[in-house]
Design a protein around this ligand. Structure first.
Ligand SMILES: Nc1ncnc2c1ncn2[C@@H]1O[C@H](COP(=O)(O)OP(=O)(O)OP(=O)(O)O)[C@@H](O)[C@H]1O
Ligand SMILES: [Mg+2]
Length: 342
C-alpha cells in the first residue's frame, strides 16, 4: 500500500475541459470522467471565475464512472504556459549546504520574475557525476495559490501540483527508451502545443508553441470564409489526408502546422546538442493528434519515427500521467511538486 489510504486521483484542468482519473495499483482505470467547461472560467491557465470552476470540479468528480471517485486526495497539473522551466548545470553536490544558493544564482540570470514571487522545485539528473544537471521549475505564487484555493474550496486535498508536460513522461515505459535514449512527446491540444524531451530519469526539457487545434480551425474558417464551428467539422472530417478534400482543408492545416514542425526540428537539434544524439522517437498526443493523416504527414515532414501516443491500448494523456503519480510510493515527491510546503 502507498502513503495514502486510497490512491490519490489525477485532475487535469485546461481552458475548456476538466478530466479526472483514478488508477488501481496495476495501472488499470478504476474511475474517470471528462467534461467541457465554458470559456471565460479559465483563460490561458489562469482562473478567472473560481466559483464556476468549483462547481464544474464537483460535477466532474461526482459524475466520474463507473463509480464516482470518493477519494479527496488529488494530484493536479499546472499549465506549462504559465511556468518557467530551465535545465542548468550546478556542480555543487546536492547534499551540500551551498547547493540551494548555487542553484538560485544559476537560475536568477534567466528568470524574468523575482524568485520571491515564485514557488519552485527542482530535480537532479545524474547526481554526483560529472554529467550532473538540474531541472528547475518555478510557478508564480499567485497562480499556484489560485489553483490551491479552488481545489480546497471544492473539498479536495491537493497532494501535488505537477507540471503538465512532466506528467506525460510517466506514461512512457522502459522499452520506449531502449537504453539511455531520449523520447519526444508532442501534445497538440486546443490552444497550445507542448514539446517535451524525456530521458529515462524524467522530463529533461520542454517548450510550448501557441498554435494547436483552435488555430487550425481558425485558419480554415478565414481561408474558406466559413464559421469557426463549420471549420472545426471540416478539420475533423478531412484532417491532412487530402482524400476527397476539394476545398483544400488539408493544405490549410499543413500550413498552420508549420510553426509546430519548425519548433520540433529545433527541439531535435537541441536534443542532439545536449544529449549527443537524436531522440529515439516522437509520440504525438492531445486531442488534435487524432487528426486524419497527421502521423504520416509528420513522419514525412520531419524524417523521424513518429507515432500516435494516446491510444486505448496505450494511454498517454496528461490525466493518465497524473493518475500514475497517484500510485507512486510517495506521490508528493515523485517528480516536480509546486505545492507550497509539500
Ligand atoms: N478527430 C479529430 N481531428 C482533429 N482535431 C481533433 C479531433 N478530435 C479533437 N480534435 C481537436 O483537439 C483539440 C482539443 O484537444 P485537447 O482536448 O487535448 O485540448 P486541451 O487539453 O483542452 O487544450 P490545451 O492543452 O491547449 O489547453 C481541439 O482543437 C479539437 O478540435
Ligand atoms: Mg492539453
Amino acid at each position: 500500500m502507498g502513503l495514502f489510504k486510497k490512491v490519490p486521483f489525477g485532475l487535469d484542468i485546461s481552458d475548456l475541459s476538466i478530466q479526472v482519473m483514478q488508477l488501481s495499483n496495476k495501472r488499470k482505470i478504476i474511475s474517470s470522467n471528462y467534461i467541457d467547461i465554458d470559456s471565460g472560467i479559465i483563460e490561458n491557465g489562469k482562473v478567472l471565475n473560481a466559483d464556476l470552476l468549483v462547481e464544474a470540479l464537483n460535477t466532474c468528480v461526482g459524475a466520474s464512472k463507473p463509480k464516482p471517485i470518493k477519494t479527496r486526495e488529488v494530484i493536479a497539473s499546472l499549465p506549462d504556459s504559465q511556468l518557467f522551466a530551465q535545465v542548468c548545470v550546478v556542480r555543487e553536490p546536492a547534499d551540500s549546504k551551498n547547493f540551494q544558493a548555487a542553484l538560485e544564482q544559476e537560475v536568477r540570470a534567466d528568470m524574468p520574475l523575482d524568485l520571491d514571487d515564485l514557488y519552485a522545485d527542482y530535480q537532479i539528473f545524474y547526481p554526483g557525476t560529472d554529467k550532473q544537471e538540474v531541472l528547475f521549475v518555478a510557478a508564480p505564487k499567485e497562480l499556484v495559490n489560485s489553483y490551491h484555493e479552488t481545489l480546497v474550496a471544492s473539498g479536495l486535498k491537493p497532494v501535488a501540483l505537477d507540471m503538465e508536460s512532466g506528467c506525460l513522461g510517466r506514461c512512457l515505459l522502459e522499452d520506449d527508451f531502449g537504453g539511455d535514449n531520449s523520447v519526444l512527446i508532442v501534445d497538440i491540444g486546443a490552444r497550445n502545443t507542448i514539446i517535451g524531451i524525456f530521458i529515462p530519469e524524467g522530463l529533461y526539457f520542454s517548450t510550448d508553441v501557441t498554435v494547436a487545434g483552435n488555430e487550425f480551425s481558425r485558419k480554415i474558417a478565414d481561408k474558406l470564409k466559413i464559421k469557426f464551428g463549420q471549420a472545426e467539422k471540416l478539420k475533423i472530417k478531412f484532417g491532412v489526408a487530402e482524400k476527397n478534400d476539394r476545398q483544400g482543408v488539408g493544405k490549410i492545416i499543413k500550413e498552420a502546422l508549420e510553426p509546430i514542425a519548425k519548433e520540433i526540428e529545433e527541439v531535435i537539434e537541441y536534443n542532439k546538442y545536449k544529449l549527443g544524439k537524436a531522440p529515439k522517437k516522437i509520440f504525438v498526443v492531445g486531442g488534435a493528434s487524432a487528426m486524419t493523416g497527421l502521423i504520416e504527414y509528420l513522419k514525412e515532414r520531419l524524417g523521424v519515427d513518429v507515432s500516435l501516443g494516446d491510444t486505448k491500448k496505450r494511454p498517454m494523456s496528461t490525466v493518465y500521467g497524473l493518475a500514475l503519480r497517484g500510485i507512486a510510493k510517495d506521490p508528493r515527491t515523485d517528480g516536480i511538486n509546486l505545492l507550497p510546503n509539500a
